[in-house]
Design a protein around this ligand. Sequence first.
Ligand SMILES: C[S@@+](CC[C@H](N)C(=O)[O-])C[C@H]1O[C@@H](n2cnc3c(N)ncnc32)[C@H](O)[C@@H]1O
Length: 207
Amino acid sequence: MQPIPVKSMKPWFQTIEDVGPKLVWSQFFTAEQPVEIDIGSGRGLFLLNAALQHPERNFAGLEIDYREGRRAAERLQKRELGNARVIGGDANKVLAEMIDPGSVDAAHVYFPDPWWKTRHHKRRIFNSDFLLKLARVIRTGGHLHHWTDVADYFVMVRGLMEHSADFRLCPVPDEREAENDMDYQTSFERKKRKLGFPIYRAMWQRV
Ligand SMILES: C[S@@+](CC[C@H](N)C(=O)[O-])C[C@H]1O[C@@H](n2cnc3c(N)ncnc32)[C@H](O)[C@@H]1O
């Protein structure tokens, strides 16, 4: 049986194999400018809004689920955005092996998979090892943003961050009313806000 051909969405969607062993930011976007990464970018609402609002910055989504990644990339491709891309693959590998130290201006970790059951908590992406990987790639003075609706996950992350000598806590922007359905940080924020869940937000600076 012939394999079903998959439409190429390069350069908007590329797998880590397509990208090669190292991510060279200067060749990855159409212009060389500060880079922000969105870890677990899902359907790409953050990437789309951020790229449209900040043409002077570049945005890379890291998404392990290719279907979601391609869906996000489709939105970017439709608008022919030169400053936003999605990389399909495990963010842990990308952070540890493919990104140059200090080459990222900001990292965004929004609504990471909660892995509700206690025995599955070890699968949560945000752990001490992940934090070290973030500290390696974020430049001094750069930022880390984290939002979730899962209270115990947030408490754990706050605890980890408190003990990190690499980051200092910053004030968090207040929640604001969305003006329309696209006016949310991410699809998950929209879903959870509409269900009335509280959203926990934090931002840290790389010192
Ligand atoms: C709950 S969704 C949130 C998506 C998006 N950030 C939002 O707020 O709408 C979590 C996303 O993280 C992705 N993800 C989980 N583990 C990952 C990993 N190791 N590397 C990259 N993406 C990952 C999942 O596939 C999923 O799309």
